[in-house]
Design a protein around this ligand. Structure first.
Ligand code: ADP
Ligand code: ADP
Length: 230
């Protein structure tokens, strides 16, 4: 089944035509990398998938719900679609452990002991087992991003969207974040869509690469075809 399906989707910011006739299908468990010049609409496209940006025409099916239909309950989408941002968006006055436990507690009403067990396991998975008691300001950018990833994973989403997750990081921090993302991409139970300029990452883990320019999809190829034969 397709986790994400765009059919003739159009997106405008006022008069500005940001997404032009987008047709795109992403299957369950697929890992797709989205590339293209700055201002081409990558961030807009990814933000439409969890309803952060409304679309004005076409059909946008996510986990079976049509986001182009105003009657669709966005909470049903957001429970199943996680997002990791360039600038982390952590709760600054909460510890890393609390950052991870908050949404599952409030949205999923997960049992507190179970919630903590899962959060600690995720902290360990992203290499921050000893940082549960720290506030975000006590962490490096790369560590904050790994907390943000753990926080998204705690909701056990069906799809995880990454919007330039390493662009705001110092070069020496990027490797650790990419390595966590590679593990996620290998998990075939989750659909992963990543906007990034990291071509090495795309080559290594993407099933497909999509190239956008000027609000349009210009290429949509299997990774090996996109980068050409070795
Ligand atoms: P990318 O992620 O590829 O850099 P964006 O999706 O951020 O591109 O932006 C695509 C275009 O839409 C840009 O020209 C940008 O200025 C414009 N844009 C993005 N967000 C808004 C907004 N909220 N209002 C108006 N224009 C916007
Ligand atoms: P980033 O590169 O981190 O995505 P941007 O500067 O592209 O940051 O966008 C930051 C915010 O400003 C986003 O919420 C985006 O929607 C909005 N934005 C971007 N371009 C425009 C624009 N031309 N007019 C209005 N809002 C915009």
């Amino acid at each position: 089944m397709s986790m994400i399906e765009f059919k003739n989707v159009e997106k405008y910011y006022g008069d500005f035509h940001a997404l032009k006739n987008i047709n795109l299908e992403i299957d369950d468990g697929e890992t797709v990398v989205l590339i293209g010049p700055s201002g081409s609409g990558k961030s807009t496209l990814i933000r439409t998938i969890n309803g952060l940006e409304p679309v004005q025409a076409g059909q946008l099916l996510v986990n079976g719900y049509d986001l182009a239909d105003k009657k669709t309950d966005m909470n049903k989408i957001r429970k199943n679609v996680g997002m990791v941002f360039q600038h982390f968006n952590l709760y600054e006055n909460k510890t890393t452990l609390e950052n991870i436990m908050l949404a599952p507690r409030l949205v999923l009403h997960r049992d507190e002991a179970e919630n903590k067990r899962i959060a600690l396991e995720l902290l360990d998975q992203v290499g921050l087992a000893d940082k549960g008691g720290n506030l975000p300001k006590q962490l490096s950018g790369g560590q904050k991003q790994r907390v943000a990833i753990a926080r998204s994973l705690a909701m056990k989403p069906k799809a995880l969207l990454f919007d330039e997750p390493t662009s705001a990081l110092d070069p020496e921090m990027i490797g650790d974040v990419l390595s966590v993302m590679k593990d996620i991409a290998k998990d075939s139970s989750m659909t992963t869509l990543v906007v990034t300029h990291e071509m090495g990452f795309a080559k290594q883990v993407a099933d497909r690469v999509i190239f956008m320019a000027d609000g349009q999809i210009l290429e949509d190829d299997k990774t090996a075809d996109f980068f050409g034969a070795p």
